[in-house]
Design a protein around this ligand. Structure first.
Ligand code: SAM
Length: 215
């Protein structure tokens, strides 16, 4: 994502009630934040938030946490939350953090599902560890995902998708399903919510890949 520094972003992110400031304090107690025992689904690298806000609106009995590293990007998600369509939702929170630290924020088995959408490809081999579907990140997710918890990953980047399939194969996860043309695969596309990047790249004619893996 191209980043433009927005001077007021840090202040907005620090003061908006939808953003949890010290995630570490809620480790093992996220259900108290939401005041219910509902499942917790997180999106890592949520960007401007369209996907997770739409899910939260559709599924009031699931708690959603959107993770984004940059305040300038998170600001856009906050602004979207503040619109009439989403501002009354009580089942969503945002965290501004590097996903590498996820095990400091969630306890073992605290998360039911992780969504990764159009993650940065980091094309250079020496940067492979930074990819959000690398074995290093998959191991971090294992620390917080429930047994049988799932990861759902979408991208239009075929080398990144092939890499991700290989990493899943080498990991403790089971590949449940995958497609290299989601929008023409009715069973996997049912109920699909497009992300900002998905809308942009599919409009250019790029097929969208998706995989689902189970812990
Ligand atoms: N998921 C959105 C979509 O599909 O429209 C945004 C995709 S954008 C290419 C990737 C996003 O992931 C960026 O906003 C980036 O800042 C965020 N990101 C990348 N690495 C991250 C990390 N380690 N922790 C948290 N966010 C990260």
């Amino acid at each position: 994502m191209r980043l433009r520094n927005i001077p007021r972003a840090a202040e907005e992110v620090a003061n908006h009630p939808i953003v949890i400031q010290s995630g570490e304090e809620h480790k093992g107690k996220w259900n108290k934040v939401f005041d219910n025992p509902n499942p917790i689904h997180i999106e890592i690298g949520m960007g401007k938030g369209q996907f997770i806000l739409s899910l939260a609106k559709q599924n009031p009995d699931i708690n959603y946490i959107g993770i984004e590293r940059y305040t300038s990007v998170l600001l856009r998600a906050i602004e979207k939350f503040d619109t009439e369509e989403y501002s009354s939702l009580s089942n969503i929170r945002f965290l501004c953090m590097d996903a590498a630290d996820i095990a400091n924020i969630f306890a073992t088995q605290e998360v039911d599902r992780i969504y990764l959408n159009f993650s940065d490809p980091w094309p250079k081999a020496r940067h492979a560890k930074r990819r959000l579907t690398s074995r290093e990140f998959l191991a971090r997710y294992e620390e917080v995902l429930k047994q049988d918890g799932t990861i759902e990953f979408k991208t239009d980047n075929i080398p990144l998708f092939d890499f991700s399939l290989e990493e899943i194969k080498e990991s403790n996860y089971t590949l449940v399903d995958f497609t290299k043309d989601l929008h023409h695969e009715p069973s996997m596309n049912k109920g699909n919510i497009m992300t900002e990047y998905e809308a942009k790249f599919s409009a250019l004619g790029n097929p969208i890949c998706k995989l689902i893996a189970r812990r």
